[in-house]
Write a protein that binds this ligand. Sequence first.
Ligand SMILES: C[S@@+](CC[C@H](N)C(=O)[O-])C[C@H]1O[C@@H](n2cnc3c(N)ncnc32)[C@H](O)[C@@H]1O
Length: 275
Amino acid sequence: MVDILTYYDQHPINEHAVHKSLLREGKSLEHLVPEDLFPYDQDHYGGLDAVDALVRCASIGAGDRVLDVCSGLGGPARYLAHRHGCSVTGIDINRSRALASRRLTRRVGLQNKVSFVCGNATRMPFLNESFTRIVSQEAFLHVGNKVALFSNCHRVLITGGCFVFTDWVASPRLSDRERALLEKGMVAAAIHQESEYLDYLRAAEFSDVEVENLSVWWGKILRERLEMYLEKSEETERLFGVARYREFMDAYEIFVGVIEEGKLGGARFTAFRPA
Ligand SMILES: C[S@@+](CC[C@H](N)C(=O)[O-])C[C@H]1O[C@@H](n2cnc3c(N)ncnc32)[C@H](O)[C@@H]1O
């Protein structure tokens, strides 16, 4: 069974792949602007439109201090700072992702607005009430301890602040066997039903929780993602080996299968720390 660090150390979306795509476009890595990275550095569904949806839900503006929990390669953090003017801190458990995030951010000159910390979202190294907004995309399925995750999010958010995240949600029809396969192949440590997420959020003392179902949108996107990963087969095999790429794709195909059967879907949750 692959662990969370290996899964993202050997993921088809990585710094090397970003560089390769840019060079293929004829770009010089020494003269990049943030827009050059955006087609390649977002590791969630729906690209920049999805980040803009978070901005609308949480009314993110230039004065905000935003925390991106499980920030990946830092694409959403850079976009938020560049397009919406806020300052952004990303936290990710994976050292190679946190370091790559910093390098990519320096390449496009956003290092004064965007910073990254390598750390676990269940033990965040931030002072209480450090952030005015918290965002996260397609990552909480990896975090087994939701009580610690949400109590950390609550603690580091100012009173009156908004927390918005998207993630996979299970239907009651997702079987234990399918859950086990997703855990083994994609490190999906804890996939919840919508009602369980609502319970976790309320138990962490978030209020005014709203949910938007994204299943239809994500269902369409997923096929495109599968195609994108197929196109990256040669490059990913060269970087991490044929066996690892095959293992990744086998798990991804199980994932696509349960989504197409309606056993797994997506949702966006918006909640507030009461004033
Ligand atoms: C699908 S990627 C999403 C990246 C980013 N949110 C984006 O939209 O581009 C999931 C990320 O969650 C990170 N992650 C998983 N478990 C974590 C944890 N407990 N604490 C912090 N980061 C975590 C992984 O290392 C990975 O970079």
